[in-house]
Design a binder for this molecule. Structure first.
Ligand code: NAI
Ligand code: MG
Length: 359
């Protein structure tokens, strides 16, 4: 039996996780696996009901599980809350508490979606790379992070902090991944300005010596942002700091056509991993049965492959998604004029049908 902790969170998080659970159940039916789902609160709803964005009970349940499936957190209702009771704090906290240091975001090109991307199809066709984002350090965790009054003037500070070992761990992870892929690592930094980036670069050079079969290149983050839309095919594995990775992966999602298409896995050293779409709670479409559930469904496929070693089952989900897209089914975010637009629940049903029909 596989124990999966499900944290739907807020907004469309609830809708897309419900869809992914249905898809996992379909896989369970077809392959004879027992998936046991237990549910926990995180984010805004957790604040409303428990007074904290990450209740102790949720964290305990996640640590006891074999893997975690998360939707998204946040929304305008909680925007005016002080920093320690904001929904996003729950997310940062669970990443830290479970030591989820490596966030992997594969960017896959779907030929049937090339018209949904704002980029020209000859630019994106064949692009296939992974962004490895350091997830428990960097600018999102460094202290101090606060406002102060200094000499009567209001000031503010955030801190980009890393220990050498943290940089080494994520870069080694990226090299190990590249070794199984196209054997190229692009280490993205801002070494012309930031001291932290200069150390990042130094560590990357050192790690590269242990992987003579993998090519290392360094790229400044502003150039990387440009190269992602100019010639994304040049990339294999991109490894970078927490905030740089956050920004670049939203940008990269446009290669597929929508934020609603990109899955992610966050891996720890030894504990359970967490799987979530890269998008947020999309308050603008929440509760309308409009959200694209595919990023979360593809995150569930990553869970099967990476946490449970169920490779064939993961392949079946990914094939089902491709088939559904090839057949022209679209949620609103990836639809073109004249396409038949499906709701979230209809899209989930199409994927389930494709899973059960797939031989
Ligand atoms: P967002 O990712 O929620 O939405 C950005 C845009 O993309 C919106 O127009 C939304 O409708 C669309 N979109 C996102 N996912 C979609 C999907 N699956 N299907 C169709 N359209 C989709 O980012 P935004 O608007 O900046 O943030 C909204 C809230 O989500 C904020 O409170 C933010 O803090 C939170 N957030 C949470 C994240 C998480 O839980 N991992 C990540 C990013 C934002
Ligand atoms: Mg983001």
């Amino acid at each position: 039996m596989y124990r999966i902790a499900v944290l739907p969170g807020d907004g469309i998080g609830k809708e897309v996780t419900k869809g992914a659970v249905k898809v996992l159940q379909a896989i369970g039916d077809r392959f004879g696996h027992a998936f046991h789902f237990s549910y926990g609160l995180i984010g805004g709803e957790a604040i409303d009901r428990e007074g904290t964005p990450l209740p102790e009970q949720t964290l305990h349940m996640c640590k006891q599980s074999d893997a975690v499936l998360l939707g998204a957190v946040g929304g305008p209702k909680w925007d005016s809350h002080p920093p320690h009771v904001r929904p996003e704090r729950g997310l940062l906290q669970i990443r830290k508490e479970m030591n989820l240091f490596a966030n992997i975001r594969p960017v896959t090109f779907y030929s049937s979606l090339s018209a949904s991307s704002p980029l020209k199809s000859h630019v994106i066709e064949g692009a296939d790379f992974v962004i490895v984002r350091e997830l428990v350090g960097g600018l999102y965790f460094g202290k101090p992070s606060e406002r102060r009054v200094e000499k009567g003037e209001e000031t503010v500070v955030d801190t980009l902090f890393y220990k050498r070992a943290e940089i080494e761990r994520i870069i080694t992870f990226a090299f190990t991944l590249a070794q199984k892929r196209k054997k190229k690592v692009t280490s993205v930094d801002k070494a012309n300005v930031l001291e932290s980036s200069r150390m990042w670069r130094e560590v990357a050079e050192q790690v590269a010596k242990r992987f003579p079969d993998v090519q290392l290149e360094h790229m400044l983050v502003d150039n990387a942002a440009m190269q992602l839309v100019r010639s994304p095919k040049q990339f294999d594995v991109i490894v970078t700091e927490n905030m740089f990775g956050d920004i670049l992966s939203d940008e990269a999602s446009m290669l597929t056509g929508s934020l609603g298409m990109l899955p992610s896995a966050s891996l720890s050293v030894d504990g359970p991993a967490l799987y979530e779409p890269i998008h947020g709670s999309a308050p603008d479409i929440a509760g309308q049965n409009k959200a694209n559930p595919l990023a979360t469904i593809l995150s569930a496929a990553m869970m099967l492959r990476l946490s449970f070693g169920l490779t064939e089952e993961a392949d079946v989900i990914e094939r089902a998604v491709k088939q559904v897209l090839d057949a022209g089914y679209r949620t609103a975010d990836i639809a073109q004029q004249g396409d038949c637009v499906l709701s979230t629940t209809e899209m989930v049903e199409k994927v389930k049908d494709a899973i059960l029909d797939d031989v």
